[in-house]
Ligand binder design. Structure first.
Ligand code: ADP
Ligand code: MG
Length: 402
C-alpha cells in the first residue's frame, strides 16, 4: 500500500514564526514513517513556500533560514481542487514558458502554525479551496479562536465564563489617545491587561496599573494590531490548560496542566526560553495533573469539550483558563486552535496515554473524516436560472456603447 503523503505546513508571516518552526520540527520527528511520507512545507517569513528534507532539521533555520541548501526547492501550492500538488518554482524558466514540475502531492496536511497567516483561518481557507484533508480547525473556528475580541464576544453569547473587557481600535487611539484612556478608565478598574486582538505567545501583552502604564501598554499593543483588547486583571491567577482532540462527535479532553507562573504574566521568555528553548511549549515548567481538585478539573475538561464543539474544532486545540484564588472563579483566557508543540506533552500524560505518533494518527483520521463528510455536501446545486437570464448590454458589457 502506498504511504500517505503527509504535508506538514509551518512557519509563515507571523510573530510566532520561530515557535512554529520548533513545533513542526518536533512533530516531524514523531511521524510514524511506516505509515506516512513526511513532506515538510515551510513558508518563510517573507511568505515564500519551500519543500525538501533539510526542512526537517532545526539547523536549517538558525541563525537564518538557508534557502539555498541542496534539497530545498521553492514551490507554490496548486490551488486546483483536489490536486494537492506542490509545483516547483523556477522563476526564470517559468517566464520562458516551461520549468513547471510537480515536486510532491499532499494527501493530507497538518498545519503547524501559530498566529496570523496560518492559525487564523487563512491557511485553512486555502486548504478548503485546494480541497485536501487538513488536520486543524476550519476557517470560522480558527478565525474566532485567533481573534481575542471576537472569541470573547462569542463565548459570552454561548454563556461561557470570560472576564469583562473593552475593545479598542488604532484609529481611535491615533485620533485621541487621552480620550481612549479615559474611556477605559470609566469602564474598567485597574489593574488591567492589554492584548493585541490577534496574537499569541504573550507578545504585546502587558499589565497596566495606572494612566501611564496603560498608555505604554496600548502603544505597544497597537504596534502589533489594529484592534486591542483591554481586560480586567485577575490577581495572582492560577493558570490551567486543557487540550482537546477529535472531530464532530468524537471529542476527548487531555489531562489538565498548571504552568508554573508564580502568579505573574507568563511572557514569551517564560514560555519558551527557560528550559533552553529547544522544546517550545514542551519546555515550560508545569504541574500535571493540575492540583485543583476533582470537581474543578472535571469542569475544566467539560468546558474545554463544549468549547471544542461550539467552534466546530478539528484536530488538537488547547483551552487556557485562569482561576481567581480569592474566589475560585474560573474564566477562559484564550483558545489556541493550533497549540504550541500540539500539546503532545499533555497527551502522553493523559488517560489513556496517547503517544506523539498516535496523536498524529488521530489528527490525520480527523482530517480524512472531515474531508469525507464535506464530500457528502451537495456543492453542485443545478437550476435553470442561467437560461432565463437576460442581462442589459451586449455580451455582459454593462454600459457598453449603444
Ligand atoms: N486578565 C488577566 N489577568 C491576569 N493575568 C492575565 C490576564 N490576561 C492574561 N494574563 C497573563 O498573560 C498571559 C498571556 O495572555 P493570553 O491572553 O494567554 O495571551 P497569548 O495569546 O499571547 O498567550 C497569560 O498566560 C497570563 O499569564
Ligand atoms: Mg496564552
Amino acid at each position: 500500500m502506498n504511504k500517505l503523503q503527509l504535508g506538514v505546513i509551518f512557519g509563515s508571516r507571523s510573530c510566532e514564526h520561530e515557535v512554529s518552526v520548533i513545533s513542526a520540527v518536533q512533530l516531524m520527528r514523531h511521524v510514524d514513517r511506516e505509515k506516512y511520507d513526511v513532506i515538510p512545507v515551510y513558508i518563510s517569513q517573507e511568505g515564500a513556500w519551500y519543500t525538501g528534507s533539510p526542512l526537517m532539521e532545526i539547523g536549517t533555520y538558525a541563525p537564518a533560514f538557508k534557502a539555498d541548501l541542496p534539497g530545498i526547492t521553492r514551490v507554490q501550492p496548486d490551488v486546483t481542487a483536489r490536486s494537492g500538488a506542490l509545483i516547483g518554482y523556477d522563476r526564470g524558466s517559468l517566464l520562458r514558458g516551461g520549468g513547471r514540475s510537480i515536486v510532491a502531492r499532499l494527501d493530507c496536511a497538518i498545519p503547524v502554525m501559530h498566529g496570523l497567516h496560518g492559525e487564523d483561518g487563512s491557511l485553512q481557507g486555502l486548504l478548503e479551496l485546494m480541497d485536501i484533508p487538513y488536520a486543524s480547525t476550519g476557517v470560522a473556528g480558527s478565525a474566532i479562536a485567533m481573534d481575542k475580541i471576537m472569541m470573547k464576544q462569542c463565548f459570552r453569547g454561548m454563556g461561557f465564563p470570560v472576564l469583562k473587557d473593552l475593545a479598542l481600535t488604532r484609529s481611535a487611539w491615533k485620533k485621541d489617545a487621552v480620550e481612549v484612556i479615559k474611556r477605559v478608565e470609566a469602564a474598567l478598574p485597574y489593574p488591567l491587561y492589554v492584548k493585541p486582538a490577534n496574537l499569541g505567545s504573550s507578545i504585546g501583552v502587558s499589565r497596566a496599573e495606572d494612566f501611564q502604564s496603560l498608555s505604554d501598554a496600548l502603544e505597544l499593543a497597537f504596534s502589533y494590531d489594529r484592534r486591542v483588547l483591554v481586560e480586567e486583571a485577575v490577581n495572582k491567577p492560577i493558570e490551567v490548560n486543557c487540550a482537546v482532540l477529535g472531530f464532530d462527535d468524537e471529542v476527548m479532553p487531555s489531562v489538565v496542566e498548571m504552568p508554573v507562573t508564580g502568579g505573574e504574566l507568563l511572557d514569551f521568555e517564560g514560555k519558551y526560553l527557560r528550559g533552553g528553548g529547544a522544546k517550545g511549549m514542551a519546555s515550560l515548567s508545569r504541574v500535571v495533573p493540575a492540583p485543583i481538585g476533582q470537581a474543578l478539573t472535571q469542569r475544566v475538561r467539560d468546558l474545554s469539550c463544549d468549547i471544542f464543539r461550539a467552534l466546530d474544532c478539528k484536530g488538537v486545540i488547547r483551552v487556557d483558563y485562569m482561576i481567581d484564588p480569592a474566589t475560585d472563579q474560573l474564566t477562559i483566557t484564550e483558545i489556541n486552535a493550533i497549540p504550541g508543540s500540539l500539546a503532545f506533552y499533555l497527551w502522553d500524560k493523559s488517560d489513556p496515554v496517547i503517544t506523539y505518533p498516535r496523536l498524529i494518527d488521530h489528527m490525520v483520521t480527523c482530517a480524512l473524516r472531515a474531508w469525507e463528510e464535506k464530500e457528502e455536501n451537495n456543492l453542485a446545486f443545478k437550476s435553470a436560472i442561467l437560461k432565463s437570464v437576460k442581462l442589459e448590454g451586449a455580451k455582459g458589457t454593462k454600459g457598453a456603447k449603444a
